[in-house]
Design a protein around this ligand. Structure first.
Ligand code: BGC
Length: 593
């Protein structure tokens, strides 16, 4: 059970508002920092310019040294790679691009020997159109058991020439594709919420449920510590597949470039008949039972773009999933009141169901946060940035990103770090359009640049070909020149570098058990002029740490006696002698005796 919040003694002029109580140490995932590896872009061992499992294994020391607790691997299964592996043709094998099952076993063994847990991606909403099930469905007749694994329907209108409903694909264009029947006539339509190469499975079919449970066991038997469940809010559709005039985008607004919100709302179209249906929860309860048969606190993590937060928390009720990505935090604009609201709302909603809150700022689907925070509306979320788009202010963006990351790592719960964010990597905002591979780029008729800019291979060594990513000097997406400055070998051991900032923060976070800690907001901090700070200064205590984040031009002075232990940027002495936290900076401070 939780213990009462007992913030350390603050000066009498300060008041605290408790939000979340500390908890005793529990299962590893409750407070873990989990590092997302995007296999094709982490490290390439065989020199073909595409990252692979042996490349990851060889670089796992980096993650142990950084101080994370676990690794989440994006898909590495057999796949035609039409959506970078989120189109799985064989759930029980490794794609030759990335290696072999033996390589997966070696990766798991090495990670575990370094004390790192490993979560793998599970893609249950859809298979690849190359999956044997879908090939069989194409060759079988309407109404056959082969078609019943997917969502095949007759079309509407004369000769069934119109799609069965008006849904659109998340990547743009219609969500239905018509097939040609064996006799050569135009036939039924199948549903694909994503690309045409990603047909949706029919989760009301017991065979589908049995198959995916078997896939869970396949990987649990090999020793994985959990699953990140792709599109966890999409597998069950409303009966009758009714028309929907809202957007089908997981990330709503994806077509006007004005993402991000003041109140932490993701803007996701989660109200549609394809999202967040009640029937999902029964699936997760049965998966929970499968995991519970195994030792070692295996975990299920929901990738569910669902709001409000109370609705998302239903995925992590006891007996269901263990964590859900907090996209409301990721999509919140760089605004003090908005950040305060989303942190409070997230902790309160998850506390209601006894689940840890997660925190995330970047992943393989969104513009990297140092670039988002350098945009004219800091924290807004275009679907990719191209050469002809307004370019972010790289320096200011990185400065704010360091502050945002240090705030995130101070929060109780579990945090996700996307590969390269520990290097302060920006989005590749000038990637040549002809290199783009994201299906969103062509399905949107070249109106959405898509996600390639956050998926560029990592720079390890500034002076090596492909910045040390690949022994052959190749890289499946070209790396921008600025990656040289961000290479690991330019930052390791360099005080003040982003890498050393993350390493120190992760060390302090672990040492002080911040992940199982408490959160109380602190009010009453002063500006240099002696006025009480406004809403754009966030101040909180977690255990014995005072955390101050200044947003949007605001400054604050640390209360008397408090000294910085980690800072995202330079601080200086104020005229009265206290430590001044300049704009867009986070400071972790302790009270000196
Ligand atoms: C993944 C994306 C992928 C989509 C379809 C998402 O949520 O994170 O990268 O394109 O699911 O599988």
């Amino acid at each position: 059970m939780s213990s009462p919040v007992r913030p350390p003694a603050l000066s009498t002029s300060l008041t605290t508002t408790p939000v979340h109580a500390a908890s005793p140490a529990g299962a590893w995932w409750r407070d873990a920092v989990i590092y997302q590896v995007y296999p094709r872009s982490f490290a390439d061992a065989d020199g073909d310019g595409i990252g692979d499992l042996p490349g990851i294994t060889a670089r796992l020391d980096h993650l142990a040294e950084l101080g994370v607790d676990a690794v989440w691997l994006s898909p590495f299964y057999r796949s035609p790679q039409r959506d970078a592996g989120y189109d799985v043709a064989d759930y029980r094998d490794v794609d030759p691009l990335f290696g072999t099952l033996a390589d997966a076993d070696a990766l798991l063994a090495r990670a575990h020997s370094l004390g790192l847990r490993v979560i793998v991606d599970l893609v249950p909403n859809h298979t690849s159109s190359d999956h044997p099930w879908f090939r069989a469905a194409l060759g079988a007749a309407p109404g056959s058991p082969e078609r019943a694994r997917y969502l095949f329907r007759d079309g509407r209108g004369p000769h069934g020439a119109e799609p069965p409903n008006n849904w659109t694909s998340v990547f743009g264009g219609p969500a239905w594709t018509r097939v040609t029947e064996a006799d050569g006539t135009p036939g039924q339509w199948y549903l694909h919420l994503f690309d045409t190469s990603q047909p949706d499975l029919d989760w009301s079919n017991p065979e589908v449920r049995a198959e995916l449970e078997d896939v869970l066991r396949f990987w649990l038997d090999r020793g994985v510590d959990g699953f990140r469940v792709d599109v966890a809010h999409g597998m069950v559709k409303a009966p009758g597949l009714p028309d929907w005039d809202g957007t089908t985008a997981m990330i709503d607004g994806g077509h006007d470039g004005t993402y991000g919100s003041e109140d932490g709302a993701t803007g996701s179209g989660s109200a549609g008949p394809m999202w967040d249906q009640e029937g999902l929860h029964d699936i997760y309860r049965s998966w929970n039972r499968v995991l519970a048969e195994y030792d070692g606190d295996r975990a299920l993590v929901a990738e569910a773009w669902v709001e409000p937060m109370s609705r998302l928390a239903r995925y992590v009720r006891p007996g269901e999933m263990h964590q859900a990505f907090n996209f409301a935090f990721l999509t919140t604009l760089w605004s003090g009141p908005a950040l305060r609201a989303v942190v409070t709302g997230s902790l309160e909603a998850n506390d209601e169901v006894g689940a840890p809150t997660t925190w995330v700022l970047s992943n393989h689907d969104v513009v990297r946060h140092p670039s988002r925070l350098g945009l004219e509306v800091p924290g807004s979320r275009p679907n990719g940035i191209g050469t002809t788009d307004p370019q972010p202010d790289a320096e200011l963006g990185l400065h704010r990103a360091r502050a945002a990351s240090l705030l995130m790592l101070a929060l109780p719960g579990s945090a996700y770090v996307y590969q390269g964010e520990e290097l302060g990597l920006p989005e590749h905002t000038t990637l040549p359009d002809e290199e783009r591979q994201d299906p969103a780029w062509w399905r949107s008729g070249h109106t959405e640049r898509g996600r390639d800019g956050c998926r560029v291979p990592l720079p390890w060594e500034a002076d090596a070909p492909a910045y040390g990513f690949s022994p052959g000097g190749r890289s499946w997406l070209s790396q921008p020149d600025v990656f040289a400055d961000h290479a690991l070998d330019q930052q390791r051991g360099v005080p003040g570098s982003t890498y050393e900032l993350y390493r120190t923060a992760l060390h302090v976070r672990r040492e002080r058990s911040l992940g199982t800690g408490s959160l109380a907001w602190v009010s009453g901090l002063r500006t240099t002029a002696g006025d009480v700070v406004g809403d754009d200064v966030l101040a909180l205590v977690n255990r014995d740490l005072l955390v101050v984040t200044t947003v949007g031009g605001a400054e604050a002075v640390l209360p008397r006696g408090w000294e910085p232990v980690v800072t995202s940027g330079p601080t200086r002495a104020s005229d009265e002698g206290g430590v001044l936290v300049p704009p867009d900076t986070t400071v972790w401070a302790v009270l000196r005796d």
